[in-house]
Design a protein around this ligand. Structure first.
Ligand code: BDR
Ligand code: CA
Length: 321
């Protein structure tokens, strides 16, 4: 089994992603590390504990950063995105946390200890701001160079959602994203799954109806929490259905062949803009010159139908044929 750590800020789409990761037998999820982002850290931790409980998952939840790198230095917390995910982070849904799964170990220490114990074997899937990963690099960069791969939902080459040029996760902590790509990107395979991929997918209203009516308690919970998301997508973007960004990243980590080879740009140069009106922008050079580090693989597309089918088959095999 592949050894996986998921770093997340649940979050409606994070919940779908965690459900998929826990459903996939090829993953040994060693732990869930939590970062503030969609909502404050405590809400995110509670939601993670609720998802672990719901899925009966045999892994613990490790609380991490309460704010971005710059925020931590200035003793500030995030401006929370509750308009997107609802006040508690899961729309109108409240899950029951399993408090026994909460660890006293800080997320950063858990990541470092786990990588030290399993050098070259641990893959990290990031579904929130990259603060925990950057803090781990600041604490012990040599150990973090021994991570096997990173799958990161964030950024966008041609698209933004938090601003016209910046995606939320990387916008929320651009310095962290910069340090991750610059300090370990040449040693560790970092796969960026950004808005270019996720915005090309859609969970349709029919999919949500199917979840609600045919997929048992788990399906109706996902559908119920998506109501909030659905309303936001309609009111803000005027489209029906929802984009489940973080799920796309997990489905690609499970099966990278969901993206056509032509849609994956390997060994490119990625730089982060951290200031001004372009704060949080990922600037990607697809054909780097000799002096530009090759520090990322960038996914640019996915087969939407295959992605949706793969999700339903994985998580609801009895309902979906
Ligand atoms: C990302 O931002 C958050 O709102 C989602 O959970 C996802 O990780 C998409 O931009
Ligand atoms: Ca997220």
């Amino acid at each position: 089994k592949r050894k996986i750590i998921i770093d997340t800020d649940p979050g409606i789409d994070d919940t779908y992603a965690l459900v998929a990761a826990f459903s996939y037998e090829g993953f040994d999820v060693l732990g869930i590390t939590v970062v503030a982002g969609n909502v404050g850290l405590e809400n995110c931790v509670n939601n993670a504990l609720g998802i672990v409980n719901l899925m009966n998952a045999d892994c613990r939840v490790y609380p991490g950063a309460t704010a971005s790198l710059v925020g931590l230095e200035n003793a500030k917390t995030y401006n929370i995105e509750s308009s997107v995910h609802g006040a508690g982070g899961l729309g109108t849904v409240t899950l029951t946390p399993d408090p026994t799964k909460r660890s006293d170990t800080h997320a950063v220490d858990f990541i470092l200890e786990t990588v030290k114990e399993n050098p070259g074997e641990v893959e990290i899937i990031t579904l929130g701001p990259l603060t925990n990963i950057a803090l781990a690099i600041r604490k012990d960069r040599e150990t973090m160079k021994k991570v096997k791969k990173i799958w990161s939902m964030g950024g966008g080459v041609r698209l933004g959602n938090r601003t016209p040029v910046a995606e939320f996760n990387y916008w929320a902590d651009p310095e962290a994203a910069k340090e991750v790509y610059e300090l370990i990107g040449e040693d560790v395979e970092i796969n960026m799954i950004g808005l270019d991929v996720t915005q090309s997918t859609r969970m349709t209203l029919d999919d949500l109806f199917f979840l609600e009516t045919e997929c048992g308690n788990l399906g109706s919970l996902l559908s119920e929490m998506s109501n909030h998301y659905k309303k936001m997508y309609w009111e803000v973007l005027r489209f029906t259905g929802v984009i489940v960004h973080d799920l796309v990243a997990v489905m690609l980590a499970i099966d990278p062949s969901l993206s056509d080879e032509d849609d994956v740009y390997k060994q490119v140069n990625l730089q982060m803009e951290c200031e001004g009106i372009c704060k949080g922008q990922t600037v990607v050079q697809f054909s780097p010159s000799d002096d530009e580090p090759r520090n990322a693989n960038v996914y640019m597309g996915i087969d939407n139908d295959n992605y949706r089918k793969a999700f339903f088959k994985l998580c609801f095999p009895e309902s979906y044929s």
